[in-house]
Unconditional design. Structure first.
Length: 333
């Protein structure tokens, strides 16, 4: 059976959430991703437990993601961690710190271990590692010197020297890219192993760009991880200025083939944000959803519910049309 879901965020009133969950079930959905940000962890843990329980009561499989924690995961949430712990932030090759946590920083790793424990206590079924990435200047509207890269903090320099028996250069090299990818994979491996020990499954959503600037160039290294249960990507065609459904079809083929090879699940996310109200745009949503399903994916989700109409900065111009286009293309199983 195809898993059909949406992300759900911001609402922390359980009565309100229950009405939305009822609506999702009536729409034919059988899974939901709840965001679990730094704010949620600190102030809304019991509320989230109630919302997750309500999701289970309605038969949903529950995913949960570290929404924008440390600003190294995707999401429209602020990070208190990087404000309180500037020493844990990434360092540009120029020596300047940037507002993004470092995957190799012991303090950030400790925080994330605590997050895993709390997400397990809240009752999630799957932890969804959402777009893990090194600092991407464009995402912050930052201008950095040409050729500058992260991370060259003390932790990274020490680990690099241990691995390669040489000092970390200030100039980016193939070895630097290799180190960045290995560090990201090591971080994910530690977090996924802990997640598995808690009895939860792991899903990792890679940005749809096979290069070290946006995550990983070699996706098979992740797919082969013993702790990975679902390989995911989110080919948001409009964000990347690509054609739908060709963009979706390519990455659907990629995750489906890797998932089949390594006996894990596959998942594709459909763009439901920052879309205009052109009829062709709505048709693109339909085509994208069909392309993912026809490509044999095990699970399809939209980011986010009601086409993000509650987040004015990223809401679609005609959210109802976009949301309904997605729902209309889902099989009625």
């Amino acid at each position: 059976m195809l898993e059909k879901g949406t992300s759900y965020f911001s609402v922390r009133d359980v009565d309100h959430a229950e009405r939305d969950l009822d609506r999702f079930r009536e729409n034919g959905l059988n899974a939901v991703l709840h965001t679990f940000s730094e704010r949620d962890r600190q102030y809304y843990a019991e509320s989230m437990s109630d919302i997750v329980a309500a999701s289970h009561d309605r038969g949903f499989r529950v995913y949960m993601n570290p929404w924008s924690i440390g600003r190294v995961f995707g999401g429209e949430a602020l990070s208190e961690f990087i404000g309180k712990n500037p020493e844990s932030c990434q360092v540009l090759s120029t020596g300047d710190r940037v507002p993004t946590a470092c995957f190799n920083d012991p303090g950030f790793n400790e925080y994330m271990r605590g997050w895993v424990a709390d997400a397990a206590d809240v009752g999630a079924d799957v932890l969804f590692w959402d777009e893990p990435h090194w600092y991407i200047p464009d995402w912050f509207d930052h201008e950095v010197p040409e050729g500058a890269w992260t991370c060259r903090c003390e932790s990274c320099q020490e680990l690099y020297e241990q691995e390669y028996d040489e000092q970390m250069p200030a100039t980016r090299t193939d070895r630097i890219d290799e180190f960045r990818e290995a560090s990201l994979l090591s971080f994910l491996d530690e977090m996924m192993e802990l997640t598995a020990e808690k009895g939860l499954e792991n899903a990792v959503c890679l940005l749809p760009s096979e290069d070290s600037d946006h995550g990983l160039s070699d996706w098979e290294r992740l797919a082969a991880n013993d702790h990975l249960d679902v390989l995911v990507t989110d080919p948001y065609w409009d964000v990347f200025d690509e054609e739908s459904p060709a963009f979706i079809s390519y990455f659907t083929d990629t995750v489906v083939s890797l998932a089949e090879e390594h006996d894990i699940g596959s998942q594709i996310w459909i763009q439901g944000f920052r879309l205009d109200d052109d009829p062709e745009t709505v048709e693109d949503v339909r085509k994208a959803t069909r392309a993912a399903i026809d490509g044999g994916v095990d699970s399809v989700f939209m980011w986010g519910y009601d086409a993000c109409r509650s987040i004015s900065d990223i809401a679609c111009e005609d959210p109802e049309a976009v949301w309904n286009a997605y729902l209309d293309e889902l099989p009625a199983e």
